[in-house]
Design a protein around this ligand. Sequence first.
Ligand code: COA
Ligand code: AMP
Length: 621
Amino acid sequence: MSDNQIWREAAEAVHWYQKPTRLLDDSNPPFYRWYPDGVTNACYNAVDIHVDQGRGEQLAVIYDSPVTGSKHSYTYSQLLVEVSRFAGVLASQGVGKGDRVIVYMPMVPEALIAMLACARIGAIHSVVFGGFASNELAVRIDDATPRVVVSASCGVEPNRIVAYKPLLDQAIELAAHKPGRCIILQRPMQQADLQPGRDLDWEEAMGAAEPVGCTPVGANDPLYILYTSGTTGQPKGVVRDTGGSIASLKWSMKNIYNVDPGEVYWAASDVGWVVGHSYIVYGPLFNGNTTLIYEGKPVGTPDPGAFWRVIDEHKVRVMFTAPTAFRAIRKEDPEGKYLEKYDHSGLRALFLAGERCDPNTLEWAQEKLQVPVIDHWWQTETGWSICANCLGIEQLPIVPGSPARPVPGYDVRVLDRDGSPVPAGEIGALVIKSPLPPGTFTTLWNAEDRYQKAYFSRFPGYYETGDAGYIDDNGYVFVMARTDDVINVAGHRLSTGAMEEVLADHPDVAECAVIGIADKLKGQLPLGLLVLNAGVDRQPGEVVAEAIQQVRDRIGPVAAFKHCAVVSRLPKTRSGKILRGTMRSIADGEAWKMPATIDDPAIMDEIMEVLGAMGLPSAGA
Ligand code: COA
Ligand code: AMP
C-alpha cells in the first residue's frame, strides 16, 4: 500500500465533524499540512467516542502509585464525567479555543484529565515535566503565555516530597507573563498555600463546574506545544496538530504495537515527555485501550519487581519504557529473581525508546521476559516512531543495536556533510525526506524561522534529525549519536548548551564547558569544567558546589548535574573552538589522539589528571 493510501485509510478511523476532502497541502514547504480541511476534536476521539460506541464501562485509565500506596481506576464513562467537568472549569476561567494552558503536574490522573479537557475546548496544552525547576518553567510560561496554569501541591519522589507550588510561585515571579489563574490539585502528602484571587482549588472548582461538550477544531489547529531541549537555553516549542495526531497515533497502536481495543497498554514514562503524550494519554485512548499512569520507579518502589507486579496485576499486554529503566532493574536483580514472583505470561512485547538501546540490555530483557523486545527510534519532534519493528504489520528479525527499518511514512536517508548520499554501512547524518507523515511537528511555537533553519535548511528537501548513524545492506537503521550538543540522561533529553549558560552566570566563572560522558545506568551524564576568573581567591570546591546547586535550581534535578571540576584552561583549537569531543573520549576511556589543531597540548595533562581525580574513565569505560 502506498503511504498516501495508508494515511487516507488512517483518516477513515478518525471521527470527523467534517471529513477532509484533501489529504495533503504541500503548497508551502516545509510547512506541510495533512487533512487540511478536516474538522475534528481529539478529546471526542479519545473519550466520548468509546462511550457513544458502547464501551463506557471499559477501564480507560488505571492509576497505580507505589510511592503513595494508592490505586484508582476510571472507566471511559467516568473519565468522560471528569474531563467534561474540568473542561467546564477551564471554560469558566475564560479559556477558549487557541488559548494556552500550562500543565505542571506529577504522575496523577488529573494531569491526563487536564490535558484532555484542554483538547475538549480547543485550548492548547503545554505540559512541563515536574523535574524541571522554576526557571525552566518561567521560560515556558513566557513563551506559551498561558491564560491558566494547572498544577499540584506536590510530587512524590522515593526519597522526598517535591513541593511543586513554591516552584510554580517562583516561576510566575520570574516570568514576564502572568497567567491569570492557577488551578491547584491539593494532595494529602503536602498541601499548598493558595494565593487568594489567583489560585483555585481543583476539588472546589470541579464541585462548582458545569460539564461542557467538545469544540470542533480544524485538523491543523494545534493540539499541544511540548518544549524540548535544543542547543541553547531557549527550548523549542514543538507544535503538534490535531487531525494528524489522531490519525497517526491510532494507526500506530495496531500497526506498530499490535494492540487491540480493550487491551491494557502501559508506557512507563511521564506525561511531561513526548512518550507520555503519545502513549500514556492519546494513542491508547484513541485506540480504546486501557492506559496506566504509574507513579513510581522501576527500582526502589519498593524493589526491582515493581514493573513485573504491575504487568501481572493489571494484565498488561504491551509495555513501553526506556532502556535505562531496564538497566536499573538488571543492576539490582541480574538473575531476574523478582520475575519469578509474578505472572508475566500475558505480556506480548516490550518496546524501548528514548535512547539507544545497548544490545546487552536488549538481550537480557528478551531472555528474562521471553517476548520480542523492540527498540524503536523517535523524537519529540516526530511524536511517534521513525523506525520500528512494526509488530502489527510483520515482525522482522530483531537485530540488537538497531531500531529496525523505517516505519511507513518515513523515508530515511543517510547523507554526508555535503548532502550526498553515503553508501550502505557508512555513518552520516540521518535525515528524512519531506514531507514528514501526519502527527509530526508542524512548526515551533513562536519560532517559524527557527523551525525552518534548525531542521530544514542544511539539507534542502529533508528533515535533519540531529542524529547520526547508518543503514546496513538489509535496510536496518543504526542510530549512533547526536550531531549537536544534546545529551541523553536516563532517556531525558537535555542541552549541554543550556547548562553552560547557567554555569557561565556564576560570578566567579570565566569560561566553562559541559560534555556528556558515558554512564552505565543513565546512558550519559553531564560533566562540567570551569575556568575561574583571574583573581578569584576561593577554594575551587566551594565554587563547584555552588555551580552544581545553580544547575539544579535553574534547570532542575532531572539534569543530574553532579560531576564538575575547576581547570586552569580549557583545551581549544587554534581558532578557539573548545575540544569537547577529545575530552569526552578521555572521560569515556576511548582511544584518543592529540588534535593537530590544539593550541596548547600541555593542557591535556591537566585535563587527564582532573578527570582521573573524578574517577574517570569509570562507568562507561
Ligand atoms: N519531579 C521532581 N523531581 C523529579 C521528577 C519529577 N517528576 N522526576 C525526577 N526527579 C528528580 C529525581 O528525584 C532525581 O533527583 P535527585 O538528584 O534528588 O535524586 C533527579 O530528578 C533525577 O531523576 P531520575 O532521572 O528519575 O533518576 P533516578 O536516579 O531517580 O532514577 C532511573 C534512575 C533509571 C530509575 C530513572 O531515571 C527511570 O526510571 N528512568 C525511566 C526513563 C524514563 O521514564 N524516560 C522517559 C522517556 S521514555
Ligand atoms: P526525545 O526528543 O526526548 O524523545 O529524544 C530524542 C532523541 O533520543 C533522538 O534524537 C535520539 O538521539 C535519542 N533516541 C530516542 N530513541 C532512540 C533509539 N531507539 N535509538 C537511538 N537513539 C534514540
